[in-house]
Ligand binder design. Structure first.
Ligand SMILES: [Zn+2]
Length: 485
């Protein structure tokens, strides 16, 4: 009987497209094939003698794996095909062209420095030259950025651009490993510049102390081979993804929350963009930012390192980058999945008939729910000073702490009614509508959500949000010599 063999399996059968084999069942047939070509046994069967799961067996065009892999007689004259899963398709084209690669020379110290890359057959001198010729823009120099920037600098990326608007704070040192005590109160980009130069003086580094938004994103990423998104908020992420699609620059996306992370490559060779993946975003206040939600220290290092790895793969054409695939990683269980994601033909940016063709013309704050809707009554906010004054005046004020228990363990607010945000609607009877009620949280976002939640639930009493949350009260609290702390 003739068995057709496909793809990489042919190598085990003398590179022939078909093999004559004897037998009346599939089992006998395969046994006769492996007897004839002993080298194929390990490719076809595992140690327990089971057909390997990456091979499908078709009998007369129908999939007979693995259910029919049992001694059932095969139909007379059946056409049998062994089809292995094919992994990669065509090899990736490197983002950095041969022409640009040829313009780079490596000197003796480069040869020594990049020795471990040169030893990798798939990277080698050619790959290292591509990395050297590359221009990469990193947006955000926080926790993810710390890992991305340091690994890209160490790997020898020739031209790097970094943007970040912030100064280093003490709380950054928990997971932003690029910085140390001497960097506190310094612009992050100043330390980035020093660090990159400290690793490799051959790198051209531009580090700008700016917040990337719709007005400057196009200019910032122009001319880059790749952009790496290391930001921590929705507005920036959509601005960056849209700008990358419109500029035709691939984007390496990384994000994280608590113990979980996501990495993907967006807008690359027909793959999806961020809007294809998540056409809309959760309502404000539901998913906290990293600063509000917390993150276990090494997670950004892990996710950022994966991003840096994807950058190097894309620049050199190595392996299978995560375009069209979303890597999801959970640190607590090490559960990992690689999900297939597709371009949405109706996507407003990368779809077949896009409606967003200019980032400056799109209202990102509105899209992200940051503008108050016209029909919504604005939430009244109390400034920290005013709040402190009213507290001192006496008991005419009800303070409701909507934070979670573990947050209250960090900073207690005495005398507050404790109702976590999720319980607010059903516990509204505990509040007195005749009294002024002030909601407090960490950053002043959930307190706004609290007021809106109670309004929707029909609560009619006067409500205020503490502007900036307890974060904004720190100075007031500590200058009160423990008066009400
Ligand atoms: Zn899209």
């Amino acid at each position: 009987m003739k068995v057709f063999v496909s793809g990489a399996l042919r190598g085990f059968f003398g590179h022939s497209g078909s093999v004559e084999a004897a037998g009346t069942t599939l089992g006998e047939l395969l046994a006769s094939m492996t007897d004839e070509y002993p080298g194929s046994r390990k490719a076809l069967f595992d140690d327990n003698g089971r057909l390997r799961a990456y091979i499908r067996v078709f009998v007369n065009g129908e999939d007979h794996t693995p259910e029919t892999y049992r001694p059932a007689p095969l139909p007379e004259g059946a056409e049998i095909l062994l089809l292995p899963l094919i992994a990669g398709g065509a090899p990736e084209e490197p983002l950095v062209s041969d022409e640009r690669r040829k313009g780079v020379t490596l000197d003796n110290s480069d040869i020594e420095r990049f020795n471990c890359h040169l030893l990798l057959r798939e990277v080698g001198v050619k790959g290292q030259k591509r990395i050297r010729a590359a221009k990469v823009a990193v947006i955000g120099a926080g926790a993810l950025g710390s890992a991305v920037i340091q690994y890209l600098a160490a790997a020898g990326v020739g031209t790097m651009k970094v943007a970040d608007p912030d100064q280093v704070t003490l709380s950054n040192l928990q997971d932003q490993v690029l910085y140390g005590l001497r960097d506190v109160k310094r612009p992050k980009v100043a330390s980035v510049r020093d660090r990159v130069r400290g690793v490799d003086r051959g790198i051209q580094i531009t580090a700008e102390n700016i917040r990337i938004d719709e007005t400057n994103v196009q200019e910032f990423i122009a001319g880059s081979d790749l952009v790496v998104d290391c930001t921590d908020n929705y507005v920036s992420r959509y601005v960056i993804s849209d700008a990358c699609v419109l500029s035709g620059i691939p984007l390496v996306f990384g994000s994280m929350h608590h113990y979980e992370g996501l990495v993907t490559v967006l807008g690359h060779r027909g793959g999806p963009c961020l809007r294809c993946l998540f056409p809309s975003l959760p309502p404000p206040g539901l998913v906290p930012t990293c600063a509000e939600g917390g993150v276990l220290a090494p997670l950004p290092g892990i996710i950022g390192s994966i991003q840096a790895g994807e950058v190097l793969k894309l620049l050199t054409g190595l392996g299978e980058p995560l375009n069209g695939r979303l890597l999801s990683l959970d640190m607590l269980s090490w559960r990992q999945s690689v999900l297939r994601i597709r371009r949405n033909v109706g996507c407003p940016v990368c779809g077949d008939s896009p409606t967003i063709t200019d980032v400056e013309a799109f209202d990102y704050r509105d899209f992200c729910g940051l503008n108050e809707a016209d029909d919504q009554i604005p939430v009244e906010a109390l400034e920290p000073d005013e709040f402190a004054r009213r507290l001192e005046q006496g008991p005419a004020l009800t303070v409701v702490d909507v934070r979670e228990p573990h947050e209250r363990a960090i900073l207690r607010f005495p005398g507050a009614v404790i109702i976590p945000i999720g319980q607010l609607a059903r516990r509204q009877k505990e509040l007195d509508p005749a009294r002024d009620t002030v909601f407090i949280c960490r950053e002043g976002k959930r307190s706004i959500l609290a007021v809106n939640t109670l309004r929707e639930a029909g609560y009619t009493g006067p409500m205020y949000s503490l502007k900036g949350g307890l974060n904004a009260m720190k100075d007031t609290i500590f200058s009160h010599e423990g008066g009400w702390l």
